[in-house]
Design a protein. Structure first.
Length: 109
């Protein structure tokens, strides 16, 4: 069972991504944090997603309803995790394309 105490440490995975995607990702996540509202709400499954870029402000949401802006925010972060977990070049390219598509969707809204 995961450690839910104040002593819990986040799980960190690393992967290199291109400079252009890095810029789009950090810019969009920073904008989404600024746009987040206290009313974004929390899910009932006990899962909380935290968003932070560097030392900037942060935001959090619970498991969001499908199709919502919060769901897209979570999907972007999960997509980045998939990039880090991908062991094959094709899987990694597919995960990067998914992240890029989600970033574009958030930018259009």
């Amino acid at each position: 069972m995961p450690d839910a105490s104040a002593n819990a440490r986040p799980v960190v995975h690393e992967a290199e991504i291109g400079e252009a995607l890095t810029h789009r990702l950090t810019t969009r996540v920073t904008m989404e944090i600024e746009r987040a509202q206290a009313a974004d709400g929390f899910g009932r499954d006990g899962v909380t997603y935290y968003f932070r870029v560097g030392d900037s402000r942060c935001a959090e949401t619970g498991s969001p309803e499908p199709g919502t802006r919060q769901a897209k925010r979570v999907a972007v972060i999960q997509g980045v995790a998939e990039v880090a977990h991908a062991s094959r070049r094709r899987s990694r390219a597919r995960a990067v394309a998914t992240v890029e598509g989600l970033l574009a969707e958030l930018a259009e809204e």
